[in-house]
Design a protein around this ligand. Structure first.
Ligand SMILES: NC(=O)c1ccc[n+]([C@@H]2O[C@H](COP(=O)([O-])OP(=O)(O)OC[C@H]3O[C@@H](n4cnc5c(N)ncnc54)[C@H](OP(=O)(O)O)[C@@H]3O)[C@@H](O)[C@H]2O)c1
Length: 435
């Protein structure tokens, strides 16, 4: 390795161009902190002719980014292409297998293939870093994996998707409905043209599974994340939550318990009612926040920009500085062989209060059927509101209730009892209250 840390950059879109701008603008400061210069030597993207607002003339161009792995003048490959498989994964395997350091912002790839890539990095004795993959510019990976490394982490949770947080906080401040606000978010560039991964919670689930492995020392298990998104939330739910003293946020939550049968990992991404005085209630717009609770440090809250060229480039270059300094902790804080197996935790016994919203036929006997199902399932109702009587047009009306603390299995059973009822116009929406 020469004194300079030599980088090959795959992907010159939002984040890739941001990394080049950051290295150009803060190069001297970065070299000082890293102890050596960090320089791009080669780049790759699909379209060589595209103007990216940065000068690429000093860098070698590769049409096939996997060619980086064979270049003797490259120490670290930076992957900013995206996609869980395909060219990004082929590049990661080749680069790590060939002994190059590897930095990525690709949460989908790390969530699906993180263990394989960490094993490759270990056997090649080369660094793998992914700070930008979780919560963009927020140093949550460094904070939990290094700053809190002395703790047993009890629980992690947070706002892990800026698009959802933007949509929910706009709905909250304007009273508008989901579809309306999402369309505006797309026109402002806060939401992708195809927002499914964001809106349905998949992107947050990628990040949560990575954080859980890091925090609890368990093997990555993306498939076990219980995921629901925000597309069914109505302006009326936001108003009901507000009346109860809550705001709605899409949260990722994970904890890990152990008994004689092994470790049980709970991972969920879902909209939650968050008390208005909780720090996460004040996190609005596209901002992200990650909370970790350690047994000695207590509650840590990391908050900041979860996306955007500048913040994400900041996290990518922080990884490069770490590598330039020779820091060499394992990607998931423990060697892969020390990461423990876990079984998905059964959520049925978890105690929580639930907000349940139903759209029901506006006729006599409906409330009696709902309350009987709750009673038969052992669910105790704390409050119940029926809204918007519209006898004249026969449209469904909203019934919202909040339950007392009880096992989640109770609400599941009550809804099973109501399944198929001709009184329900659509599937009920259940959101837990953050305790
Ligand atoms: N944007 C953010 O705020 C953000 C935040 C955190 C993490 N990330 C992650 O960072 C990564 C990059 O995101 P981005 O927003 O920068 O994406 P982007 O703007 O869509 O850029 C993707 C880049 O990859 C190149 N590319 C795509 N397919 C390719 C292929 N088959 N071969 C070669 N190059 C290819 C594209 O080339 P062309 O330009 O020639 O089409 C483009 O330069 C993703 O993993 C994303 O999840 C992004």
């Amino acid at each position: 390795m020469t004194d300079t840390l030599r980088i090959a950059l795959a992907g010159l879109g939002t984040v890739g161009a941001g990394v080049i701008r950051l290295l150009n603008e803060n190069g001297a400061l970065i070299a000082g902190r890293a102890g050596r210069p960090i320089e791009v030597v080669a780049v790759s993207a699909r379209d060589r002719a595209k103007d990216r607002g940065v000068d690429l003339s000093g860098y070698a161009w590769e049409d096939d980014m996997t060619a980086f792995a064979a270049r003797d003048d490259v120490d670290v490959v930076v992957e900013l292409v995206g996609g869980s498989d395909g060219p990004a994964l082929a590049l990661a395997r080749k680069a790590l297998g060939g002994g190059k350091g590897f930095v990525t912002a690709n949460k989908a790839m790390v969530a699906h293939h993180g263990l394989e890539l960490a094993s490759l990095a270990e056997s090649s004795g080369t660094p793998l870093r992914y700070e930008a993959a979780v919560a963009g510019g927020i140093p949550a990976i460094k904070g939990l994996g290094e700053g809190a490394a002395a703790n047993r982490v009890e629980r992690i949770y947070g706002i892990l998707n800026g698009t959802c947080n933007y949509v929910l906080s706009e709905m909250e401040s304007t009273g508008r409905d989901f579809g309306d606000v999402l369309a505006e978010a797309q026109s402002l560039g806060y939401a992708e043209a195809d927002p499914t991964f964001d809106i349905e919670g998949v992107d947050a689930a990628h990040k949560l599974s990575i954080l859980a492995a890091l925090a609890f020392g368990t093997k990555l298990d993306f498939d076990a994340v219980d995921v629901s998104g925000i597309s069914r939330i109505r302006a009326a739910d936001i108003a009901q939550a507000r009346a109860l003293g809550y705001v709605i946020r899409l949260l990722g939550l994970a904890d890990c318990a152990a008994d004689e049968s092994g470790r049980h990992l709970f991972q969920r991404v879902a909209p939650y009612l968050v008390p208005a005085d909780h720090p996460l209630a004040g996190v609005t717009g596209p901002t992200n926040a990650v909370v970790g609770e350690g047994n000695f440090v207590g509650r840590l809250l990391f908050e900041g920009a979860g996306a955007g060229d500048g913040p994400t480039a900041s996290a990518v270059v922080a990884d490069l500085i770490d590598i330039a300094r020779g820091n060499s902790q394992p990607p998931f804080s423990l060697p892969v062989s020390a990461l423990e197996e876990s079984a998905p935790a059964d959520p049925g016994g978890r105690l929580s209060r639930a907000y349940i919203r139903m759209m029901v036929a506006d006729r006599p006997g409906v409330l009696a059927e709902i309350t009987a199902a709750m009673r038969d399932a052992g669910v105790s109702i704390e409050s119940l509101i029926q809204q918007g009587q519209r006898e004249e047009d026969g449209k469904p009306v909203l019934v919202a209730m909040v339950t007392h603390d009880g096992p989640e299995a109770g609400v599941t059973k009550a809804l099973a009892l109501l399944e198929g009822s001709s009184n329900l116009a659509e599937e009920p929406l259940v959101m837990r209250l953050l305790g």
